[in-house]
Design a protein around this ligand. Structure first.
Ligand SMILES: Cc1cc2nc3c(=O)[nH]c(=O)nc-3n(C[C@H](O)[C@H](O)[C@H](O)COP(=O)(O)O)c2cc1C
Length: 278
């Protein structure tokens, strides 16, 4: 047994060095008198708990105080998806803007957030915080606050980006006519946020939301990123308060979620990629 962070079952360990080679910080060595892997003592604080050492071991010989082997089930080969399935899955995700008049079960939302935890994060900090609004009257209230922010911003900045982006003034006009194009009458609004101290907080939360976005598709749910709404949050303390956004959570993004009203029968075309080979 090592005395730091990693624990090696000497009956199972084959001394194959996989954990030593895979550790991104080079923190594991076989300096132990019996040749078993152990974490180099002086580097202990540098371990980011990524779990690669646990995941790579074919013998289940290694566990880690933050990534316990009993919480890391074996990869099931029979569940792997092939390239064709992956392409169809990724190409078939659509932004969903029309939802059934049906609430989303809390346990389904929780499952989605559980999956989103497996998105990568800078330094494996896993600092994303989730706020879920699943009360329609609160969603209406924050949508209305957002519209007022946008309306005032356009009035104060007639030459600004919002005023000159065709669809933004249209969102306000349509709201006044009873059509919600800011949060799309969705039954759920999800906000991911991260504290400003986290250097990669924004990237981490966008990746986590992307995981959630894709996982929703597999559960018969649909999402839409809500950039206009998110943009309005910055200008309104009332919105921040209503969303429970604390002062130090300066990175955030939101998306709506619900059961899609319509199904798409075809994949869609995209522009050709611009690739610069060097
Ligand atoms: C960062 C981001 C912000 C977005 N903001 C909005 C938004 O405010 N309102 C909206 O209806 N769609 C929004 N969308 C959805 C895009 O319009 C949509 O992804 C794009 O048209 C492609 O369609 P698809 O998602 O169905 O493939 C946003 C998408 C992204 C990635």
């Amino acid at each position: 047994m090592g005395d730091k962070k990693i624990f090696v079952d000497q009956d199972k360990c084959r001394k194959d060095d996989l954990c030593v080679k895979i550790c991104p910080g080079g923190l594991i060595s076989r300096a132990h008198p019996d040749g078993f892997p152990e974490m180099r003592q002086f580097d202990d604080g540098m371990c980011m708990g990524c779990g690669h050492c646990v995941a790579v071991c074919p013998h289940g010989a290694l566990t880690h105080s933050d990534v316990r082997s009993d919480k890391c089930p074996p990869v099931k080969k029979e569940l792997s998806i092939n390239m064709e399935q992956t392409i169809q899955f990724l190409r078939s995700r659509r932004s969903i803007r029309f939802f059934k008049d049906k609430s989303v079960e809390k346990d389904k939302i929780e499952s989605l957030i559980q999956i989103a935890r497996y998105a990568p994060s800078g330094g494996n900090t896993q600092s994303v915080q989730w706020t879920v609004i699943h009360d329609r009257s609160t969603i209406k209230k924050v949508a209305s606050l957002s519209i007022e922010v946008i309306r005032n911003h356009i009035a104060d900045n007639p030459d600004g980006v919002w005023a000159s982006t065709a669809y933004i003034p249209e969102i306000v006009r349509n709201w006044d006519m009873g059509k919600d194009e800011i949060l799309w009458d969705a039954p759920v609004l999800i906000l991911a946020s991260a504290p400003f101290q986290m250097e990669s907080g924004k990237e981490d939360l966008i990746l986590a939301l992307s995981y959630l976005d894709l996982a929703a598709l597999s559960m018969g749910l649909g999402t839409c990123w809500t950039g206009s709404f998110t943009g309005s949050i910055e200008f309104s303390d009332s919105l921040k308060n209503e969303l429970g956004l604390t002062r130090d959570h300066t990175s955030y993004y939101s998306m709506v979620l619900g059961y899609p009203k319509f199904r798409y029968k075809r994949l869609i075309q995209r522009k050709e990629p611009e690739i610069i080979w060097k």
